[in-house]
Design a protein around this ligand. Structure first.
Ligand code: SF4
Ligand code: SF4
Length: 174
């Protein structure tokens, strides 16, 4: 059995305060809590007060290809733009990419040593728009790629393994 961590998102309770973005970027800064920048957060809130739309979205997988089409959802009379609920770090938008390096950002559920009782965005959401659950599922625990692995993988996809290897070798010499 493997443990699956789930953050449930209630868009009706989100008020767009963006505390989740602030704490996520602070927790993942180097050193920890040294800076805040929502653009480096692994959770972003789609924010449109005029339409009363606030959608927190957790960063998911990196993908090198963008979709050929787009979806528009209407839910309870509110129209949600294309890509509103999508978690991908993809070429069609800036979301979930580090603003300096352009490397993909992905939610890691605040996995840390020692483990936190719950993810920090959940803890900081005073509106209870985010709630945390753990459940067991069939299957083996998978080894999760670290931040560096995710970044290197995206660089290999973008530039090719040989170019990356040559560049690393050159930098190591400098
Ligand atoms: S902290 Fe909660 S209420 Fe505030 S923006 Fe994030 S999800 Fe919404
Ligand atoms: S669970 Fe942690 S890493 Fe994921 S979005 Fe929330 S604060 Fe960021």
């Amino acid at each position: 059995m493997k443990k699956v961590k789930v953050i449930k998102i209630d868009v009706d309770k989100c008020n767009g305060c963006r505390a989740c973005e602030v704490i996520c970027s602070a927790f993942h800064s180097e050193p920890k809590y040294s800076s805040t920048n929502p653009e480096r957060s692994r959770i972003r809130v789609l924010w449109d007060p005029l339409k009363d739309i606030y959608v927190p979205v957790l960063a998911g997988e990196y993908t090198e290809a963008e979709c050929n089409g787009r979806d528009i959802y209407t839910i309870n009379g509110k129209e949600y733009d294309e890509c509103s609920f999508c978690r991908a770090s993809c070429p069609s938008r800036k979301l979930f990419k580090d603003p300096d390096s352009d490397l993909p950002l992905k939610c890691d559920m605040c996995e840390d040593e020692p483990p936190l009782p719950e993810p920090l965005c959940v803890k900081w959401c005073l509106s209870d728009a985010l709630t945390y659950e753990e459940r067991e599922e069939e299957g083996e625990e998978e080894e999760k790629p670290g931040e560096m692995e995710i970044g290197l993988e995206s660089l290999i996809k973008k530039h090719g393994a040989k170019k990356l290897k040559d560049t690393l070798a050159r930098l190591a010499k400098d």
